[in-house]
Design a protein around this ligand. Structure first.
Ligand code: SF4
Length: 268
């Protein structure tokens, strides 16, 4: 742990509850789901999200992951999608602390190559990825079999967002592979901040990485990665909602192509 890391943690100003009120969305008011909002705390202390976000922004990916592991301990959860960014994050985090928790949301509509990547990473690192799957109500199964998906938020909301809420129960911070170059809607993403959607901290360690940096890390460390990337898929989600983007689109142009959707509800 570097001097910068050990010095970082005590620095955020201690706040009172009213300091993190409705104005920045971090207050203790009920949110849209009727749940009481949590206060932005680390190790039981309320901190200023803007201050800590600015400090973590200055860190590189490895330092930010190491800091989060030290700061949150077992209440840190790494969400992995088995895309190329997951390969990098798994490699970095596992080298820092092999006991960290990795989980994934199994929509039951993932590509076979994605499951193969999961198995290859599990074998390489000895990781047991925690699997979370929706309850699979018959209504969704009927829609899937009828070829009706993607246009109605119920599918993502059920298969992903509600499943995510179960996956992060008991965590204070979750980790994602969001990068600013993914899409316009992610261009302002912070490396670390308070996630109003899930009422907890969120770390995007690779937020400023470009594709070259991602692939260099994968190749340099001989890390298994999703072979669909080699087949022209820059972004990989569920089979029904993932296509190869045409020329000129951003990396996520192949997700929900032909619709107005750009996010599933986990990251925006
Ligand atoms: S990405 Fe498509 S198939 Fe997957 S959960 Fe969302 S709408 Fe359903």
């Amino acid at each position: 742990m570097s001097e910068q890391q050990t010095a970082l943690w005590p620095r955020p100003r201690l706040l009172h509850a009213e300091d993190v009120g409705v104005s920045n969305g971090n207050g203790n008011a009920a949110n849209g789901n009727g749940r009481a909002r949590r206060l932005p705390t680390i190790n039981g202390r309320v901190v200023d999200p803007n201050e800590i976000s600015a400090e973590v922004e200055e860190m590189g990916a490895e330092e930010a992951i190491a800091w989060a592991i030290e700061s949150f301990g077992p209440s840190l959860g790494f969400a992995v999608s088995f895309q190329k960014t997951s390969s990098v994050i798994i490699d970095i985090a596992h080298r820092i602390d092999p006991s960290v928790r990795f989980f994934y949301l199994d929509t039951e509509l993932l590509f076979p190559e994605t499951y193969e990547t999961r198995d290859a990473l599990a074998a390489r690192y000895g990781i047991e990825f925690e699997r979370f799957v929706q309850d699979n109500p018959s209504r969704l199964r009927e829609r899937w079999e009828a070829g009706e998906w993607g246009e109605d938020d119920d599918c993502c909301a059920t298969r992903k967002v509600e499943t995510m809420r179960r996956a992060i129960e008991g965590t204070d911070c979750w980790v994602s592979g969001v990068r600013r170059l993914d899409s316009e809607t992610r261009a302002q993403a912070a490396r670390f901040g308070w996630d109003i959607r899930f009422d907890r901290w969120k770390l995007n360690p690779l937020v400023d990485w470009d594709d070259r940096a991602v692939w260099n890390h994968i190749k340099d460390h001989h890390i298994p990665y999703n072979p669909l990337h080699d087949q022209g898929y820059p972004s990989i989600g569920c089979m029904p909602c993932t296509t190869k983007p045409g020329p000129g689109g951003d990396a996520r142009a192949g997700r929900w192509a032909g619709t107005d959707r750009t996010e599933c509800g986990l990251n925006g």
